[in-house]
Design a protein around this ligand. Sequence first.
Ligand code: GLV
Ligand code: MN
Ligand code: MN
Length: 415
Amino acid sequence: MSPRATTAADDLHERIEQLAEINSGREGGGITREVYTSDYERASEYVAELMRDAELEVRLDSAGNLFGRWAGTAPDLPRVLTGSHFDTTLNAGRFDGVVGVLGAIEAVRELRRAGLQPRRTIEVVGFAGEEPRFGAGCIGSRAMVGAITREQLDQMRDRDGVSVAEAMRGCGLDPDRIGEALLDGETVHALVELHIEQGVVLESTGAQIGVVERIAAPHDLRVTLRGSAMHAGATPMRLRRDALAGAGEVVLELERLALASRSGSTVGTVGVLRVSPCAVNVIPGLVEMDVDIRDSDLAARDAVVDALLAKLEETASRRGLALTISTLTRDDPAACSPIVIDAVRSTCEELAVRYLEMTSGAYHDAMVLSAKVPIGMIFVPSVDGLSHHPDEYTHRQDIDRGVKVLAGALARLAN
Ligand code: GLV
Ligand code: MN
Ligand code: MN
């Protein structure tokens, strides 16, 4: 990925709109800008330009994570990281991740305008590939904590069969050098990530800012059920091995299990069903489904996963279906660090902002980084809780408030 000149708008909200114009334009609307595509590369060049405008020293690591550094007066002290991602899922909104990257650049500009000289270096980061184009998300942050191997870059593939390694090469990154993205945790004091809430908790309580205390984590499975693709008219009901009818049982059982979970907070989703051969007059012979189960309570999540696996075995055996199961991702919930929570909370109190301590139901790069560094997150409200949706929206004044809180938290953490 190489730098290229762009004319960047002066206003944060216009910059968000400019970035939204870098969009692969998938049918169904919204923003589609998946990691390691030419559109992602263009977006990375645009964000690098914004970083340079804010007088940040720009570098790209071997995983495609983009950094902009503001050197502190004590550059040997562990630094403060802030940022999020600017790739999107399919038919997504323009704020998910982007608010945390462009908002971090804006927070730096605000701190410079206020005359701050940070003691610790502050580094803005745009993490590569938070969204799960290749089955698992957070590729860039996983590379930073050493949680992704060179072999996985060949094994993990997108829906068109393109591997991470191939896609990386396509935008000038060398997958053989992935190990160079490894972060020395000792060199980082804390990470604070600003993000839209993506839910209705803030809106429904009237809080202006969410101070995240913990992040729920996913256990994602890819399941295949293989039956027999026979004639839909000529095959009597009792002589079928219908993979989709089996999958249907499993989808409803997951909903029941999550609703009845012991924590009351487990969520379960089947977001992908690929049916073959997918013809109205053929019994579905093969179904591939991607299952996402999350909770901040690991034991409760594991209980739902175990019960679902038992249901899969039982359904497959009763219906004569061949079953395979692989793990796409299995992360641990993350606790936010008291130093970041205190910095965010104190800033909210100073600015007389109504805040709420809360759990993040979505995962974030901060969850992955928590393996190595103290983390925390700041949430701003999402209108109607919509996210991963073309109509995702956050009011400008809420974004501006989030940036102010981020700037205050950065000033506290860096001094
Ligand atoms: C992140 O995009 C998530 O799915 O939580
Ligand atoms: Mn997302
Ligand atoms: Mn996000």
